[in-house]
Write a protein that binds this ligand. Structure first.
Ligand SMILES: [Mg+2]
Length: 173
């Protein structure tokens, strides 16, 4: 039987790693990871990542099928998932990254809509804007929730509540 749950496309830097929080004060509940992903542009220097281990169980409990949608790509399974207590998750493999889009949408937007292929999805990212919502509404046939998370704060209880409620309305429809 196929998994009928909506997809949650999950960005790492911003929602899970509040990279924009004050640099010398780790937010409460977070732990520090020093990561050396192969895609990191300064490989001799470890990348500091703050992660909250409570987020894994919360994410698993939301009613979504979780999919990494991050520049970490499948390396999120190596570095991020173990700290959060997440199982290995599928990862979106971007055909290209950080490119400018002719219609001004985020570089992830078209590929996520294509990947969802009409199925309901939510996407949490710190770089979502109104153009992405408009474009998705015009090009995606199913329901979609594009939810911006403040990269200074990361995912907060209100974000989890919103996502859980949205997933439950998808299950009913
Ligand atoms: Mg981000």
């Amino acid at each position: 039987m196929t998994d009928q749950r909506p997809i949650l496309f999950l960005d790492v830097d911003g929602p899970l790693n509040p990279w924009r929080a004050a640099p010398h004060r780790r937010p409460d509940g977070y732990t520090t990871l020093r990561a050396r992903p192969t895609g990191w542009e300064r490989p001799r220097r470890a990348l500091r990542v703050w992660l909250n281990p409570d987020h894994g169980p919360l994410l698993l409990d939301l009613g979504f099928r979780l999919v990494w949608a991050t520049t970490w790509k499948a390396e999120a399974n190596t570095w991020i998932a173990p700290v959060l207590g997440l199982p290995e998750l599928p990862a979106v493999d971007w055909p290209q990254m950080h490119h400018l889009d002719p219609e001004g949408v985020h570089w992830k937007t078209r590929h996520l809509v294509a990947t969802a292929a009409g199925r309901p999805f939510a996407w949490v990212d710190d770089e979502i804007g109104p153009t992405d919502r408009d474009w998705t509404a015009r090009h995606h046939k199913g329901h979609a929730l594009l939810h911006r998370v403040d990269p200074a704060k990361g995912l907060l209880p209100d974000d989890f509540t919103l996502l859980r409620n949205w997933a439950s309305t998808q299950a009913e429809s």
